[in-house]
Design a protein around this ligand. Structure first.
Ligand SMILES: CC(C)(COP(=O)(O)OP(=O)(O)OC[C@H]1O[C@@H](n2cnc3c(N)ncnc32)[C@H](O)[C@@H]1OP(=O)(O)O)[C@@H](O)C(=O)NCCC(=O)NCCS
Length: 137
């Protein structure tokens, strides 16, 4: 496996939103490649970071926070071809560091629990069921 040089950055360069839009579409989190909506999605978060390899956006994390008590990791995604190289953990650790004064919450599946736990976000209760409103069509 070749070594990748990963940069984590919190600002957008001109082509970033198109690339991030393609990534969102590939992850199945957007019905179409929509750079404008993607820019709103990123800038609308309290904080975001992109993972970049060779000027290519390969991952991102978005956090919503009041900056005082609570932070929620709204999305964490890494392109399938560069997974299992520590990029997800790097992004999540950057978010936890950014909001270290708050409690950082994230949803995790049993599969992604180790990634989340590595960044210091650990299960508080196994009794909690994730609840959310249905997305409007
Ligand atoms: C979940 C997700 C973000 C993880 O991204 P990632 O970049 O693969 O994450 P990491 O590389 O940090 O960790 C993944 C695994 O690779 C392993 N790993 C990390 N660096 C490694 C390396 N250099 N060599 C081999 N394995 C490595 C980690 O130990 C981890 O293994 P584990 O799951 O058995 O503990 C990614 O799989 C994804 O986008 N999934 C779809 C979206 C999703 O589920 N998001 C919600 C996350 S809460």
């Amino acid at each position: 496996m070749t070594q990748l040089t990963v940069t984590i950055r919190g600002h957008l360069l001109p082509d970033d939103t198109t690339q991030a839009a393609e990534l969102l579409f590939r992850l199945g989190w957007s019905a179409k490649v929509d750079p404008e909506a993607t820019e709103r999605r990123l800038r609308g978060a309290t904080w975001f970071a992109l993972a970049v390899v060779d000027r290519r956006v390969v991952g991102f994390v978005r956090a919503l926070s009041d900056g005082i008590a609570v932070t929620y990791i709204a999305e964490l995604g890494v392109a399938p071809e560069v997974r299992r190289r520590g990029i997800g953990s790097l992004l999540l650790s950057a978010a936890v560091a950014e909001f270290r004064e708050t409690v950082v919450h994230a949803d995790a599946s049993l599969r992604t629990l180790p990634v989340v736990a590595r960044a210091g976000i650990v299960p508080r209760s196994l009794d909690i069921v994730e609840c959310a409103s249905r997305q409007r069509q």
